[in-house]
Design a protein around this ligand. Structure first.
Ligand code: PMV
Length: 347
């Protein structure tokens, strides 16, 4: 029996991955901040199957409560990666997962959850091969990024500290469609400790799953222009990271968020995932920026919650503004104050 535990973070995309093909390959490159506090801790207990114990079984517990729907998702994921891990069907799995953020907080857990699970699997593979010294090396992390991508595309970026890209782009040498590339070295010191305050407008689960959302892009008449836009933005944004051009960073971040939502609004069927308070907060942020000239920006995931992005230098001013103007627009005043983090930790 093997017991393996990893902690892995969520990430927030600045250039969004929206549209895929083949075996979880992205239609355009994306880049994200790795978060620090929004993490999943996963423990995997793998018990070798003997000839008499039948087909492999997955049991999944979320915060101590058995969750058959997640077990089904993991079983499907394991089925899809058999070719990379031939041992996978020779074990039973008991998986215990816990998120640092409340389960029904509207914060997506697939990036942190899938990356933590992929790390456990990669460690199991190393233990089986007797190569425990390879655990945590850069090729191990690369492998975990590749495997997490097959579970949830955006998860592959969570494996690296601070900033990671995914998808082929001329902007980053060696960038690939099959796994993420670490980009921490691109960051100008102005981006050190960059903040992401997650303002929870609604704790409800997303009304459209990302699988459905990606699928809608196949029929979206703006799809090709969108993919080209993301491709050309990659070099502009990476340059902004390198030179500390927070203005350009912010313009791209906000436009990417609104583009993602616009694509959903003009898909068939159409989805409006913003709520009235999402728009109110966007307006407040833009007013604050106009009044103070401080670099406070927002992005959105495929849901109603706002991610408020800003450099550490203005944390005090933003805290006052957040508490006085924004807190009341959040459901039960709930906000998760996050920042750039260092990536996964073996527990
Ligand atoms: O990894 P998925 O399939 O859940 O897709 C995530 C898509 C976005 O979060 C909207 C954008 C991104 O790049 O993370």
């Amino acid at each position: 029996m093997e017991k393996i535990s990893w902690q892995s973070p969520s990430n927030i995309a600045i250039i969004k991955y929206w549209g895929k093909y083949g075996n979880q390959l992205p239609r355009n490159p994306s880049v994200s901040f790795t978060l620090k506090h929004a993490v999943t801790k996963t423990t995997m207990i793998a018990t070798p199957l003997d000839k008499t114990s039948g087909t492999p079984q997955v049991k999944f517990f979320l915060a101590g409560v058995e969750n058959p729907a997640f077990a089904d998702r993991v079983t499907k994921f394991f089925g899809g990666i058999r070719e990379f891990f031939p041992f996978i069907e020779s074990y039973h799995y008991e998986i215990h997962s816990e998120n640092s953020f409340p389960h029904s907080s509207g914060i997506a857990s697939s990036a942190s959850g899938m990356s933590a699970l992929a790390l456990c699997l990669c460690e199991l593979a190393m233990r089986i091969q007797g190569q425990t010294e390879a655990i945590g090396t850069s090729s191990f992390i690369e492998r975990a990024s590749f495997i997490s991508r097959l579970g949830s595309g955006s998860a592959c970026r969570s494996l690296y500290p601070k900033l990671a890209s995914w998808g082929e782009t001329d902007a980053i040498i060696g960038a690939s469609d099959t796994e993420a590339t670490p980009c921490e070295d691109w960051l100008h010191p102005l981006f050190n400790g960059f903040h992401d305050d997650i303002l929870i407008v609604s704790k409800k689960e997303k009304s459209v799953s990302s699988t459905v959302g990606h699928g809608l892009m196949d029929q979206n008449i703006y799809a090709e222009s969108r993919y080209n836009q993301a491709k050309s933005r990659m070099s502009v944004l990476m340059d902004a990271f390198r030179t500390g051009d927070i203005q350009t960073f912010g313009e791209i971040a906000e436009s990417e968020a609104l583009t993602l939502h616009a694509l959903m609004m003009c898909s068939t069927p159409s989805f409006i995932l913003m709520k009235p308070n999402t728009l109110k907060i966007i307006e407040e942020i833009r007013n604050f920026r106009a009044d103070t000239k401080l670099p406070l920006f927002f992005t959105l995931d495929a849901g109603p919650n706002i991610h408020m992005l800003y450099p550490d230098q203005i944390a005090k001013e933003v805290a006052d503004f957040r508490e006085s103007q924004l807190k009341d627009l959040c459901q039960d005043g709930f906000m998760l104050l996050d920042e750039m983090g260092e990536g996964p930790i073996r527990l």
